[in-house]
Design a protein around this ligand. Structure first.
Ligand SMILES: Cc1ncc(COP(=O)(O)O)c(C=O)c1O
Length: 368
C-alpha cells in the first residue's frame, strides 16, 4: 500500500482548520425539548393532507427547479411577485448561499452580537472574516432602550460585504423597528440580510417592504418556526430579481424536492391554522414570562417563540439550573459565551409542557 496523506490534506486549508458546527442534541427518550426553538404543535392538517397526496410520478421526475407551486403560495401570502422569491432548504441554506456568494478574504461578514451563530461560523470556510459588533452597552432588559442602543453606526462602519440582522433576534428576543432596518439598508456597504425566522411571533412590521426600496436588502423567512415544519427544511429569501439572479447561480438547481414544495405550499396557504397556533404560543410565552419574573428571574422581552432568562442566585448558576432541568428530562439551551453564560434560552412549548417546566423549576428551587 502506498503512503496516503491525512484526509485533511485533501481539502482546502480553511476547511481542514474549521471545527464544524454540531447540531443541538437530539433526545433518545421522551423529553420536553425546548432547546432548538421548534414549534410544539403539528403542522397544518392541510400540509399533512398534501403530503399524503404525493404520488410516485412526482417523485420519479426531477422537481420544478423554481418550486413555482410554493412560490405562488408565498406570493399570495406576502403580496410579492413570484420572481422576487428564492426558495432554499431552510433559512440556513439561504444564509450559506449568501455567504458563499458575497464573501471572501476581502469581504467580511458583520452582525450584532449575540445572535444566530451560523452567520459567524461560515466565515472561515470562505476565508472571510466574521465581525461581531456587541450590543450596547450590555444586554439591556428594557426593550425600548435596547432599540435605542442598537449599534447601528458601528455595524455600518465595519463595511461588511454582508451584514446580518435577525429580527426578532435570537437568543435575546429583541425586536427592532422598521426605521432602524431602513437606516441600515441605506447605509451598509454591501448586502443587508434581515433574518425574519421569528417574525410570526411578534406584531412588529416585516421588512419585506424594504426590499422594494433597496436593491441590497434581502429578507429571510423559514417554515421551521411559525409553520411547525422544521423537519421539512424549507425557507426562502425575498429580494429584487436582479439580486436573486446572482444568488440563483450558487443554489443547486434541484435543491427543493417535490415533497417540500407541495407540503410547504399547503402550509403557507393555511394562514388561519398558523395564526391560531402562533397565538397560543405567544399567550403561553407571556404567561411563562410572568411566572418566571414573579420568581425573581430576569426575563428579556421576546418577539420570538422563546425567552432569554437569567435565573436568580438561589439556583446557583444558569448552568446548574440547565443540568437540574435536564435531569428531569427538560432540555433548554445554555451558552458558554461570556455574555450569555448566566442565562438560559427556553423555547416555548405547549401550555401543558410549560406547566411541567414551571413545576420542575419550583421543585428545583425548593431543593436548592
Ligand atoms: C435566527 C435564525 N435564523 C435562521 C434559522 C434557520 O432556520 P431553518 O434553517 O430551520 O429554516 C434559525 C434556526 O433556529 C434561527 O434561529
Amino acid at each position: 500500500m502506498t503512503d496516503r496523506a491525512e484526509p485533511s490534506a485533501y481539502v482546502r486549508l480553511a476547511i481542514a482548520q474549521a471545527s464544524g458546527l454540531l447540531p443541538s442534541d437530539r433526545p433518545d427518550a421522551e423529553v420536553i425539548k425546548l432547546n432548538s426553538n421548534e414549534n410544539p404543535y403539528p403542522p397544518s392538517p392541510r400540509a399533512l393532507a398534501a403530503l399524503r397526496s404525493i404520488g410516485g410520478e412526482s417523485l420519479r421526475r426531477y422537481p420544478d427547479a423554481f418550486a413555482d407551486e410554493f412560490r405562488r403560495a408565498v406570493s399570495a401570502e406576502l403580496d410579492v411577485p413570484p420572481d422576487w422569491i428564492l426558495v432554499t432548504n431552510g433559512g440556513d441554506a439561504l444564509i450559506d448561499l449568501l455567504v458563499r456568494a458575497c464573501t471572501d478574504r476581502d469581504r467580511p461578514i458583520v452582525f450584532p452580537d449575540p445572535t444566530y451563530p451560523l452567520y459567524g461560523h461560515l466565515a472561515p470556510l470562505q476565508e472571510s472574516r466574521a465581525i461581531p459588533v456587541p450590543f450596547l452597552p450590555s444586554l439591556d432588559l428594557d426593550a425600548a432602550k435596547f432599540a435605542a442602543n442598537f449599534p447601528l453606526e458601528r455595524l455600518v462602519e465595519q463595511r461588511g460585504a454582508l451584514t446580518f440582522v435577525a429580527n426578532p433576534n435570537s437568543p435575546t428576543g429583541h425586536v427592532l423597528p422598521l426605521a432602524t432596518l431602513r437606516q441600515l439598508a441605506e447605509n451598509v456597504a454591501g448586502i443587508l440580510a434581515i433574518d425574519e425566522a421569528y417574525i410570526d411571533f411578534t406584531d412588529a412590521k416585516s421588512a419585506i417592504e424594504l426590499v422594494r426600496e433597496f436593491d441590497n436588502a434581502i429578507v429571510l423567512r423559514t417554515l421551521s418556526k411559525g409553520y411547525g415544519l422544521a423537519g421539512l427544511r424549507l425557507g426562502f429569501g425575498v429580494a429584487n430579481p436582479a439580486l436573486l439572479a446572482e444568488l440563483w447561480k450558487v443554489r443547486p438547481v434541484y435543491a427543493i424536492d417535490a415533497i417540500s414544495a407541495r407540503v410547504g405550499a399547503a402550509a403557507i396557504a393555511d394562514r388561519v391554522y398558523k395564526v391560531a397556533r402562533v397565538r397560543s404560543i405567544c399567550q403561553t410565552r407571556d404567561g411563562f414570562a410572568k411566572f418566571l419574573a414573579d420568581r425573581g428571574f430576569a426575563v428579556w422581552p421576546s418577539g420570538g417563540n422563546f425567552l432569554l432568562v437569567r435565573p436568580p442566585e438561589r439556583f446557583g448558576s444558569a448552568r446548574s439550573l440547565h443540568e437540574a432541568l435536564r435531569a428531569r428530562q427538560i432540555w433548554v439551551r445554555h451558552y458558554d459565551s461570556s455574555r450569555l453564560k448566566d442565562k438560559l434560552r427556553v423555547t416555548i412549548g405547549t401550555e401543558a409542557q410549560m406547566s411541567q417546566v414551571l413545576g420542575a423549576i419550583d421543585a428545583i428551587s425548593k431543593s436548592t
